[in-house]
Write a protein that binds this ligand. Structure first.
Ligand SMILES: *Cc1c(COP(=O)(O)O)cnc(C)c1O
Length: 351
């Protein structure tokens, strides 16, 4: 608090990111980063781009990266927007596509950044409860709205919604923008990107932070009808014309070019996720079916908060959300095989 703050800032309730401990030798399973480093080709590309040309501004629209993403997803350049992490892309979405008279809709249990953007930009919202098994019922979303957004797979549950359901949702909401936040789609779902060719009200966002091991570079993108993309560009150019730096653009291009490395890492994460889920179920945990790079689980006999604290004592950090309906759950990121084994052996002692 300071007398120099605006009234607006006094009232802000910012998003609280997962802990990023410095230096400590901890097993970090709390923020859904990839346990494997970026492709060696990405590291080479960053080195190659580290020249005295860094004195120049980068291209304002993401240049080669925007084209690479368009080619990769078989869409036109005008259908692609790139930003400084998908969080920034989403911020522009809220401001550029959601600020309307009607409230926007999202699930009661979802990415906790959404209500923060709503507060920042003064957007009304209404949350709709997930079913008891944490699945999303699209019938709930048939009411007047100023937009709809949810992650698929959802966070922090990991549950996937079928593409056919998303298509029905689009048909029933042809007058508002529907945003599918696909931060985790590469770990087990089918992307809605092809549907953007047929539904001008659909925008799909993705991130290079998780499935492409580049959380530290901050690269995200959105794909949709050129009119939606134009709105995002207008907001971007009213805020920061150069959200992606020269090194991020080089890294992003190389990450998409090395398909083999990407496929390899994601298969390993998926195989480990199934291993961790099964082992935890054997210990008595209820584990939600996950299509992401994390599991969401509760144990009927133990408090999630206590389990998280006990794991922390052993040097393993997982995420616990002190929120209604999910306070008994832990969200655990899938690590390397060694990290997962360590997690499982510690859990085995605790429960
Ligand atoms: C991680 C995450 C993001 C943000 O990803 P960045 O590209 O790192 O900003 C967006 N949405 C969801 C659901 C996420 O989990």
């Amino acid at each position: 608090m300071s007398r120099f703050w605006s009234d607006f800032v006094h009232d802000l309730e910012p998003y609280v990111p997962g802990e990023q401990p410095r230096g400590a030798n901890l097993v970090k399973l709390n923020t859904n980063e990839n346990p494997f480093g970026p492709s060696p080709k990405v590291i080479d590309a960053i080195k190659m781009a580290t020249t005295d040309r860094l004195r120049l501004y980068p291209v304002p629209d993401g240049g080669a990266l925007r084209q690479t993403i368009a080619d990769y997803h078989k869409v036109d350049l005008s259908n692609v927007f790139v930003g400084n992490g998908s969080d920034e892309v989403l911020a522009h979405v809220f401001y550029g596509l959601f600020k309307h008279a009607q409230p926007i809709l999202f699930p009661d249990i979802t990415y906790s950044f959404y209500p923060v953007y709503c507060q920042l930009y003064g957007i009304e919202f209404q949350t709709l409860p997930l079913a008891d098994d944490f699945s999303l019922n699209i019938a709930e979303y048939q009411r007047p709205n100023g937009g709809i957004i949810f992650p698929n797979p959802n966070a922090p549950t990991g549950r996937l919604l079928a593409l056919t359901e998303i298509e029905t949702l689009l048909q029933k909401n042809s007058d508002s923008v529907v945003v599918i936040d696909e931060a985790y789609i590469d770990f087990g779902g089918e992307s809605a990107i092809p549907l953007t060719q047929r539904y001008p009200n659909l925008l799909v966002s993705q991130s290079l932070s998780k499935s492409r091991s580049l959380a530290g570079m901050r690269i995200g993108f959105a794909i949709g009808h050129a009119d939606l993309i134009e709105a995002l560009i207008r907001v971007k150019d009213s805020f920061n014309s150069y959200p992606l730096d020269t090194l991020a653009i080089a890294a992003g291009v190389a990450a998409f070019e090395d398909r083999r490395y990407f496929e390899d890492c994601r298969s390993k994460v998926i195989a480990e996720r199934d291993l961790v889920s099964n082992a935890m179920e054997e210990m008595g945990f209820e584990v939600l079916p996950s299509a992401a790079n994390f599991v969401f689980a509760r144990h009927p006999q133990y408090q999630a908060k206590d389990l998280a604290a006990a794991l922390r004592e052993k040097g393993i950090i997982v995420r616990h959300f002190n929120k209604p309906r999910i306070e008994q759950f832990l969200r655990i990121t899938i690590g390397t095989h060694g990290e997962n084994q360590l997690l499982l052996s510690e859990l085995d002692v605790l429960v």
